[in-house]
Design a protein. Structure first.
Length: 320
């Protein structure tokens, strides 16, 4: 009997149902932040329900009373169009004697879901300080997609925003500027790992009706009548604290290396401060050292580094 079989004997596997829902939510809120809190915060879990877009498995003790680990996938339309799923949580308790075998059971469930959905991979972010967890996941054949940095700016000093005379920064107009925004965002991000999947008009409209939307926080940069760049400030609430998030920042390739991105950042920071936020956060890919250096110049400091890891479906060809 191998280790996975031994773990299966000691644990029960339960597909999440309403009976376990409250306990799963509590577990996710407590332990999700150990890896990736993007979709496991208390605010996010208030919206969670048992349905086909959140396939979830629980590992419990042999008496079926206590959660020892869980894997939960998130099927958002944006991810599905890129043939991938997000892992809301992928976690087992540190107290388990054989964490690797327990993670192996969760890994089997994730691969099974990917095969059923014919998706290429599922991904999650893990803080770089979690070295043992990262090594364990790599030993399970998880692949590194990219590294990112979470950065924060406390808005103590903001340099003045100075666009060329022929440029004008205008507020985004709901119901009129959606196609312009989508065109710039998709063209600017077309080769950016993890973000290359085009955004749809429906997804932008859905965002603009979400709690993250901040009136006046979306702006478009014009040269005459031609739109050439965008900036967005959104509101994020985590553990009862609300702060601003900066991004996307995008400039069409033809207009880069003219200081426009830097000034878009400054405009976003100034708007956040005037709106009453005390800090602004963002994420930037480690491979984009140029952007990271600009953010640092504009007062951002590194908060934490993360690695994006993938569980791959070997029977599916990559699409991104």
């Amino acid at each position: 009997m191998d280790r996975l079989d031994q773990v299966r004997e000691k644990m029960k596997k339960i597909i999440l149902n309403d009976e376990w829902l409250d306990r799963f939510i509590d577990y996710t809120i407590v332990h999700g932040k150990e890896h990736d809190e993007s979709f496991s915060s208390e605010e996010e879990m208030k919206q969670f329900s048992v349905n086909e877009n959140n396939p979830t498995i629980l590992l419990t003790d042999d008496e079926g009373k206590r959660i020892l680990g869980t894997a939960s996938l998130l099927y958002l339309e944006y991810y599905l169009r890129g043939s991938r799923a997000r892992l809301r949580i992928f976690h087992v308790l540190n107290e388990l004697q054989d964490k690797a075998a327990a993670y192996g059971v969760l890994n089997d469930f994730v691969i099974e879901q990917l095969e059923q959905k014919e998706l290429n991979h599922a991904f999650l972010f893990v803080p770089l300080v979690e070295e043992q967890t990262i090594q364990l996941f790599k030993a399970m054949d998880m692949q590194v997609e990219r590294y990112v940095f979470s950065m924060v700016n406390t808005l103590e000093r903001i340099a003045p925003c100075t666009f060329p005379e022929e440029m004008e920064l205008r507020d985004f107009r709901k119901g009129r500027d959606e196609e312009v925004w989508i065109e710039i965002r998709n063209e600017a991000f077309s080769t950016l790992t993890g973000n290359a999947t085009p955004m749809t008009l429906e997804e932008l409209k859905e965002y603009n009706e979400s709690p993250e939307y901040v009136e006046g926080g979306m702006k478009i940069l014009y040269e005459g009548d031609k739109p050439v760049g965008i900036i967005r400030i959104a509101e994020i609430t985590e553990n009862g604290e609300s702060f601003a998030e900066l991004g996307p920042v995008a400039v069409l390739e033809k207009y880069r290396n003219r200081g426009l991105g830097k000034n878009l950042i400054r405009a976003g920071l100034q708007f956040a401060k005037e709106t009453g936020y005390s800090k602004v956060e963002l994420c930037v890919d480690a491979q984009n050292q140029y952007a990271k250096q600009i953010y640092e110049t504009e007062g951002f400091r590194e908060k934490e580094g993360l690695v994006c890891l993938e569980i791959q479906n070997r029977n599916c060809s990559p699409t991104e």
